[in-house]
Design a binder for this molecule. Structure first.
Ligand SMILES: Cc1ncc(COP(=O)(O)O)c(C=O)c1O
Length: 342
């Protein structure tokens, strides 16, 4: 009953097998490996964008921060939801990699910005001339930090606001596959066709060992990304092991199959906890949820061996964050629910 994070799950056997295959003999280093050439082509197919530039890094923080850096100046404002991972969980890495861009928190229910809140935030910035930071870019997370999912139309509505100010848009897709499965959208519909310029395309949480792709839809930004990645210490020398993970992840749509599994156990868990009388703080739309239940429930679940993060709750209640992974089993979910109901 392990629901702390999809980062706590193991790597899928196909990913590990690909690493063993890649281990054979010698391969060119620093991203010049033959597997990476195939990965680039495959990612372009998946995103239906023949010119996309594709790079691999080992953490989501690096993917996000480097993606933001190629579109930001030190005096830029980066607009993101108040609870965005880039604002709350990356130790200032986006500010560091952008040489000082300022993150501006945009409010919105259930982890989502809306066009009005975004327009207000952008409108307020840039009114004091040289004395204030300047409008820079917008970053959107899907699946959101609240476990909700933007549809492509909702993404497009946000990017339309950004574009009306001429601002580029980033998508933090640490759980990109889960968001596609929920919305039944294609990678293209969720990104460039909805106005996204650069995506952090997650692999680690969804069955990889440690790899994220940065997909840039404007090839003119590619060289700058390469320089920044190297300078940041994120150009991996034995790169074939990064490439091999991403190749196996995309092979036969493994990435979508694993996300479907995680979302299916997520839905089972979400329905079950609601059926047991818990109230979801946010609509549970993918593989992460925030139920609120009566006092004393944590103690009972923990005594039974359940692992998850406790969250702030209304007075008189307890709350949790529960995350399912590609390898969460129905039996594990049902065991958790039976303790909850007892
Ligand atoms: C929304 C979001 N973005 C990015 C990341 C990637 O972070 P890390 O640098 O830990 O791989 C995470 C991981 O928890 C996340 O939840």
């Amino acid at each position: 009953m392990y629901f702390t994070s999809d980062n706590a799950s193991g790597a899928h056997p196909d990913i590990l097998a690909a690493l063993t295959r890649a281990n054979d003999g010698f391969a060119r280093s620093y991203g010049a490996d033959a597997i990476m050439q195939r990965v680039t082509e495959r990612v372009r197919e998946v995103f239906e964008h023949p010119d996309a530039a594709v790079y691999l890094v080992s953490t989501g923080t690096a993917a996000n921060s480097l993606a933001l850096a190629i579109y930001s100046q030190p005096w830029s404002a980066v607009f993101a939801h108040t609870d965005a991972h880039i604002a709350t969980d990356e130790c200032g890495a986006p500010e560091f990699y952008t040489s000082g861009a300022k993150l501006i928190g945009v409010p919105g229910d259930h982890g989502k910005m809306n066009p009005e809140s975004l327009a207000q935030a952008i409108g307020r910035i840039g009114e004091v001339g040289v004395h204030g930071v300047q409008r820079g870019m917008v970053s959107i997370t899907n699946v959101t930090e609240a476990g909700t999912v933007y549809t492509p139309a909702e993404i497009a509505a946000l990017t339309a606001v950004a574009k009306s100010y001429g601002l580029p848009c980033h998508l933090d897709g640490a759980r990109f596959a889960n968001s596609l499965v929920t919305s039944n959208a294609s990678a293209a519909q969720m990104t460039w066709a909805a106005g996204i310029d650069v995506v952090s395309f997650g692999g680690t949480k969804n069955g990889c060992l440690g790899v994220e792709a940065v997909v840039i839809f404007d090839p003119a930004k590619a060289w700058e990304f390469e320089l920044r990645r190297k300078r940041a210490g994120h150009l991996v020398s034995k790169h074939r092991y990064m490439s091999a993970q991403m190749e196996a992840y995309l092979e036969g749509d493994l990435w979508l199959r694993l996300a479907r599994q995680a979302n299916a156990t997520g839905a089972r868990l979400a329905q079950g906890v609601a059926g047991a009388g818990a109230r979801h703080q946010h609509p549970a739309q993918a593989n992460m949820m925030f139920p609120e239940w009566s006092l004393g429930t944590h103690a009972r679940l923990e005594a039974a061996g359940a692992a998850y993060y406790q969250m702030p709750a209304r007075a008189g209640f307890e709350a949790a964050r529960l995350v399912t992974s590609w390898n969460t089993t129905e039996a594990e979910v049902d065991q958790f629910l039976s303790v909850l109901r007892a």
